[in-house]
Write a protein that binds this ligand. Structure first.
Ligand code: ZN
Length: 465
C-alpha cells in the first residue's frame, strides 16, 4: 500500500478556486481569507514589472511568477498544486517569521503505475510531486487536501510593527533595495524545497529515518571523509556527516556535470605565516583577474571612529597606511560596499573583510564606482591576519578547482554546529556565484533555476525529475 508521511498539518478550508493554471501545470491556490494576505486590498503602486494595484494582488503575482518559472523547467503529466497563504505570521518590530514551504506529503511504495510511468525504488520516500510525476498518477489520500506543496509567508512583513525596515520587494526583476527581501527569490527557493530539495523525512540532525526507510536524496549524499553514502550509513554516521563541514557533498551526475559551467574558479588567500584559505569574492566591484589575482601588503589600520575602529565604516585618517595597500576590516556596523568605498577613497588596492561569526563569508551587495576587489575570510583567519599585519598576501584563482566543491562535488551545507532548518537540505554558502538553494538568500540571485546560472534543476533531475 501507499505509505504517507505527513510533513505539515494545517486545518483550513479551501474556499478559493485555483487562480491560474499554466501549461506546465504548477498551480497556485489562494488559501487566504477575505481581506488579508493575497486578498489584502491595501493600494500598491506597480513595481518592477509587477502590475498589481493592491498589496494582495502583487503578492499573488509573485507566487504565480515563481510557479511559472518552475513550471517551464519541469516536465510532468500531473498538476503540481501549491496551497499558498500570505496571511500574517508571528512578528514584532524587530523579529518575525518570514515563512516556509515544503512538500505536503512524502510517499513510499506507491503500487499503481500508469502506462509510461517509472517504478519508485522500494521502501524509499519521495516528495509528492515527484512520486506523482514518476508514476504518472495523482496519488489521492482520503480526507487529505489534494495538494502537493504548501507555502506560507508573512504578509505583514514591512508593515508597521512587523520588521518595518525590511519589507518584501514585490517586483519581478530582482531589483530590491538593500533593506528589502526579494519575495520572488524566497518563493522560488521555498518551492524548490517542496519539489524535492530536501532530505525529506530523514532527520537531518539525528540521521534517523521515518519507518526506517531512506529518502530518495540519500543515494546522492556522500561524505568525502568516510567515502560513504548516506544510504549506506548508520544514523550516528549520518548525524556526524551532517556536521562534517565542506565534506558532505552531492554526487548526482547532473549536478556534478553542471559544476564547470556554473561555478567560478576557486579563490584563495595565501599569507605567510598565517596560511592559505578559501575566500569568498564579493558580488560587487571588479572580479579577480585570472592568473594575476591581487597581491600586496595587507594592513589593518584604525578607521576614523564610530562603533569600532576596525569595522572600516568611517573615513581613514589622512596619516593612515591605507594607500597602495590591501586593507583588513571586520564585518559589521555598515554594509560591505561602504567598507570597500572607504578603503578605496583612502587609496587601497583591495579589501579583505573578516567575518564576525563562524563560517565562510562572501561579501554581498551591489554598487557602481567600486574599482578595487573585495574578498571575505573567516573570523579566525581574519584575527590571525590582524595579529600578523602588516604582511604580504596573495589572493589568486585556481583554475583547476571550482569554488564550493570538495573532491569535484558540490558541497551541501553541513556546518560544524548544526543549524536547524538550514543544515543538510541546502547547498553550502561557499558556492560561487551564489545558488538559489543556499540557506541564506543573497542579493546576486537572478531567478533562474538551471545551469549555467544555478544547480537546483540539475539536482532535481538527479532525483528523477
Ligand atoms: Zn531553504
Amino acid at each position: 500500500m501507499t505509505t504517507r508521511w505527513l510533513t505539515a498539518s494545517l486545518a483550513l478550508l479551501l474556499t478559493a478556486a485555483p487562480v491560474a493554471a499554466q501549461s506546465a501545470r504548477v498551480i497556485v491556490i489562494n488559501g487566504d481569507e477575505p481581506g488579508i494576505g493575497f486578498n489584502d486590498p491595501t493600494p500598491a503602486v506597480p513595481v518592477g514589472g509587477n502590475p498589481g494595484t493592491t498589496r494582495g494582488q502583487q503578492a499573488l503575482n509573485v507566487f504565480q511568477r515563481a510557479a511559472d518559472l518552475w513550471g517551464r523547467n519541469l516536465q510532468t503529466s500531473q498538476p503540481v498544486v501549491v496551497l499558498a497563504l500570505f496571511s500574517p505570521l508571528a512578528c514584532t518590530a524587530t523579529s518575525g517569521t518570514l515563512g516556509a514551504a515544503g512538500a505536503w506529503n512524502y510517499f513510499a511504495n506507491v503500487p499503481a503505475l500508469k502506462q509510461g510511468g517509472t517504478a519508485l525504488t522500494p521502501d524509499t520516500w519521495y516528495p509528492a510531486a515527484l512520486a506523482e510525476k514518476l508514476t504518472r498518477q495523482d496519488i489521492v489520500v482520503p480526507d487529505d487536501l489534494p495538494i502537493e506543496l504548501i507555502a506560507f509567508f508573512n504578509g505583514d512583513l514591512g508593515k508597521p510593527g512587523c520588521l518595518e525596515n525590511s519589507g518584501w520587494y514585490f517586483g519581478l526583476d530582482n531589483q530590491q533595495a538593500s533593506n528589502q527581501t526579494d519575495l520572488l527569490g524566497v518563493v522560488l527557493h521555498e518551492f524548490g524545497h517542496g519539489l524535492g530539495v530536501s532530505v525529506g523525512p530523514t532527520s537531518a540532525s539525528s540521521g534517523n529515518r521515518a519507518l526506517g526507510w531512506p529518502s530518495v536524496w540519500e543515494q546522492y549524499m556522500s561524505d568525502v571523509t568516510t567515502g560513504k553514502r548516506w544510504l549506506d550509513m548508520t544514523s550516528a554516521e549520518r548525524a556526524a556527516s551532517a556536521r562534517n563541514n565542506w565534506n558532505l557533498v552531492w554526487t548526482g551526475a547532473k549536478v556534478t556535470n553542471s559544476i564547470s559551467s556554473t561555478l567560478e574558479f576557486l579563490a584563495t588567500i595565501e599569507a605567510d605565516p598565517v596560511g592559505t584559505q578559501e575566500v569568498g569574492a564579493a558580488t560587487y566591484g571588479p572580479s579577480l583577474a585570472r592568473g594575476l589575482g591581487l597581491r600586496g601588503v595587507l594592513v589593518a589600520p584604525d578607521d576614523g571612529g564610530g562603533v569600532s575602529l576596525q569595522d572600516g565604516c568611517e573615513p581613514y585618517p589622512a596619516a593612515s597606511s591605507v594607500a597602495g595597500n590591501i586593507v583588513l576590516v571586520n564585518r559589521g556596523t555598515c554594509s560591505f560596499v561602504v567598507k570597500t568605498a572607504q578603503a578605496q577613497a583612502a587609496g587601497a588596492i583591495g579589501v579583505v573583510i573578516a567575518n564576525n561569526a563562524p563560517g565562510f563569508l562572501s561579501p554581498g551587495g551591489s554598487a557602481s564606482g567600486i574599482a578595487i576587489p573585495t574578498v571575505g575570510v573567516t573570523q579566525a583567519y581574519g584575527a590571525a591576519l590582524r595579529a600578523a599585519a602588516p604582511l604580504d598576501v596573495r589572493v589568486q584563482l585556481d583554475s583547476s578547482v571550482r569554488q564550493g566543491t570538495t573532491a569535484g562535488f558540490a558541497r551541501l551545507y553541513a556546518p560544524t554546529t548544526f543549524a536547524q532548518g538550514s543544515s543538510v537540505s541546502h547547498f553550502d554558502t561557499s558556492l560561487t556565484p551564489s545558488v538559489l538553494m543556499e540557506p541564506f538568500i543573497t542579493p546576486d540571485l537572478v531567478s533562474k533555476v538551471r545551469n549555467p546560472f544555478d544547480l537546483t534543476l540539475p539536482l532535481l533531475k538527479d532525483i528523477g525529475w
